[in-house]
Design a protein around this ligand. Structure first.
Ligand code: UD1
Length: 311
């Protein structure tokens, strides 16, 4: 049994990670400011779960939260490329400064960190498969803020010998992703639009593609990364390893839900990446990780969840 701190533990990915850790018998301290996270994601009175309401940028709160902890999963962040274009300073404050604060407290207590990085670090490069060896080329302020956190991870591993693994996520989706914010991820937004009988909105031509990754594959990879020891800093892609464009995703969802609503088209977003597909060789080699949930299966599970919760 280990005791972990999960920052952003009441959020979409964080709460799935909490479920996994509790199910394997670990103890969990969640730190969340509940700005986008929800208490409902955590359930009630769960054995082994403790919750602290605080922001990742607060030094005293993080110092207190790491006491007695064996490892930190750092997931707290202000997501969304689009929001970061509107609010770059706020995005930097939470993602970059917050990340640095976590690393700083981790090195003081010598606690390993698994740090949630983002595929946005690769930007819009030509290479079809985004390999960790590529030079990063962040496009949006969101991408820059997440990459800043990654760079601090590398620095802290070298300067303080801090054990740290950056898991670079590629468009994670699944139950509990907020569907009704202007900054919602596309699969969550499309599921909700269909359930409400509204037209899904496609920004651009719909031919932009993503390596959509089901949330439970992501949390499994994170726990594997925590358990394994590495020499020096490690950054690895965590993804499904498949490319799907928005039109294809929409057609699977329409098929499954029986919706006949045609999409509306809007102009492509500033800072948007055209194609994003992971090279998964490193995670396969270092963690023996392979995604297990197929795209169709993940979409069906996700749609079913929104149907239960929102109709
Ligand atoms: C980016 C990152 C991802 C990160 C996420 C955090 C890349 C390639 N991916 O996701 O790793 O987790 O930020 O927020 O940088 N769209 C629509 N209609 C909608 C919503 C979105 O057409 O209603 C479009 C967007 O313009 C975009 C695509 O769908 O082209 C995906 O958007 P979104 O789900 O917001 O994620 P990314 O910005 O790709």
């Amino acid at each position: 049994m280990s005791r972990y701190l999960v920052t952003g533990g009441a959020g979409f990915i964080g709460s799935h990670l909490v479920d996994r850790l509790l199910a394997q018998g670990d103890r969990v301290r969640v730190l969340d400011d509940f700005s986008t996270g929800k208490t409902a994601n955590l359930g009630e009175d769960r054995k082994g779960l403790e919750t602290v309401q605080a922001c990742v940028t607060s030094e005293p709160d993080i110092a207190a939260a790491v006491v007695g902890i064996d490892g930190i999963f750092h997931l707290a962040a202000l997501p969304s490329v689009a929001r970061s274009v509107v609010a770059p300073l706020e995005t930097h404050h939470i993602n970059a400064t917050g990340g640095l604060n976590i690393l700083n407290q981790a090195r003081k207590s010598g606690v390993k960190v698994v740090f949630a990085g983002s595929s946005s670090a690769y930007g819009d490069q030509e290479a079809e498969y985004k390999s960790e060896e590529l030079r990063e080329d962040p496009l949006s302020p969101y991408a820059a803020s997440k990459l800043a956190g990654e760079l601090y991870c590398r620095s802290f591993a070298r300067v303080y010998d801090l054990p740290v693994v950056v898991t670079r996520f590629f468009n994670v989706y699944g139950p509990r992703q907020v569907p009704d914010s202007p900054y919602s991820g596309v699969i969550a937004a499309f599921c909700l639009a269909m359930l409400r009988g509204e037209a899904p909105r496609i920004d651009g031509d719909g031919r932009q593609s993503r390596d959509f990754t089901y949330v439970e594959d992501v949390t499994r990879a994170m726990t594997m990364a925590m358990k394994k020891s590495f020499a020096g800093p490690v950054t690895m892609n965590i993804a499904c390893g498949e490319s799907h464009d928005l039109l294809e995703m929409l057609s699977i969802l329409k098929d499954y839900s029986g919706s006949s609503r045609e999409p509306e088209y809007a102009t492509a977003r500033t800072g948007d990446v055209r194609h994003s597909l992971a090279d998964m060789a490193l995670a396969e080699k270092m963690l023996d990780f392979k995604a297990e949930v197929s795209f169709r299966e993940g979409l069906e599970r996700t749609y079913d969840w929104y149907k239960r919760e929102y109709s």
